[in-house]
Write a protein that binds this ligand. Structure first.
Ligand code: RTP
Ligand code: MG
Length: 138
């Protein structure tokens, strides 16, 4: 049993895609173990995406991620990190496979509707960024 952090980004919340995204996870047999809505500050977005601070898109990304509320979830299931990445599709919707969230909904490479942890170590760090163990219903 594995855990991953999922975020429905501001473009997804704003366009009313919360239910659609959650339905895709549930239909894939993924369990939601925790969920909350947050409007990140710019500083919080910068801390969350600290690994990208040297990247040219860092300022734009963190401005965007703090531009409106997001829905943050802990997903639980067998190989859920990889499974969630597959359901999301490639970072750039132009490269995303048909039937993925990003292919169907993402606006561009930045406003790409969802985030998902990319490895067990980052999943653990990202979950701890938003949730205490008491808030997670395993
Ligand atoms: P995420 O972390 O959000 O799940 O997405 P990812 O692993 O597929 O992509 P990553 O390389 O970690 O990039 C994080 C987020 O930064 C934005 N981005 N913008 N302008 C650009 O070229 C660019 N590249 C990435 C996207 O919002 C991406 O999800
Ligand atoms: Mg990433």
């Amino acid at each position: 049993m594995e855990r991953t952090l999922s975020i429905i980004k501001p473009d997804g919340v704003e366009r009313g895609l919360v239910g659609e995204v959650i339905t895709r996870f549930e239909k894939a047999g993924i369990r939601i173990a925790a969920m909350k809505m947050r409007h990140l500050t710019k500083k919080e977005a910068e801390a969350f995406y600290a690994v990208h601070r040297e990247r040219p898109f860092f300022d734009s990304l963190t401005t965007y991620m703090s531009s409106g509320p997001v829905v943050v979830m802990v997903l639980e299931g067998d190989q859920v990190i990889q499974k969630n990445r597959e359901i999301m599709g490639a970072t750039n919707p132009a490269d995303a496979a048909p039937g993925t969230i990003r292919k169907d909904f993402a606006l561009d490479v930045e406003k790409n509707t969802v985030h998902g942890s990319d490895a067990p170590e980052t999943a653990q760090k990202e979950i701890a960024f938003f949730f205490s163990e008491l808030e997670i219903c395993s």
